[in-house]
Design a binder for this molecule. Sequence first.
Ligand SMILES: [Ca+2]
Ligand SMILES: [Ca+2]
Length: 219
Amino acid sequence: MKSLGDRNKDIIARFKKMGEPTKTHVIAGFIVTLIILFVVVFILYGGESILPGKEEITYTIKWQEQYSPAIQHSHKLTQREPLLIEDDIIQGNLTFIQFELTWEDNREGIVRNLSDQLTMTIEPPPGTQTKFHPADTREGYTSPLRITATLNDIPSDIILPKLGMDQVSQKIKEYATNNGKGIWEVHLSIDPRNLFDRGNDICLIVTYGYYEALVGEEY
Ligand SMILES: [Ca+2]
Ligand SMILES: [Ca+2]
């Protein structure tokens, strides 16, 4: 009986004796077998051990400011009946909210400072951290009257190397804020300032901005 070493020597000796075309066939067959083996391993193990893993993805979070469609309120405002307009803002991550009051005096006085005088006062939802520009109470003779409340700053972009999508979602939640969310009250009153003028038609336009996360990935 031949030993394993002797058998290997026989195989090598036979390979040496082969003609060149036969040698090429043997090598080609060996390469094809290797490729088939590789494909089988890839299918069996889902390629996870061969391709870059999830942990090698770098996620980036960029924040983009979006703007709401205008909310419009049209009303008749009289001296006898001041108005209270309420807007329930359900959007989170607010950057600002703006109130713009416009009107055209139906009985304009000859003297400019006898035109209708309108007063707008804004009451934010309880506990809101905000700054008003120019102020939360605003009086004026000329249209429009505009008050802007600034709310939350847009966060800086974030780079998250080697983290899963779950942790990215968690990070986005950490930057979410409800500051400014809720019912905003707008108190309106008018002084027509001439005898036969009872008040005026007014239009209040409310708009707000908010930030949203844009997630990108790099390998
Ligand atoms: Ca008027
Ligand atoms: Ca008037």
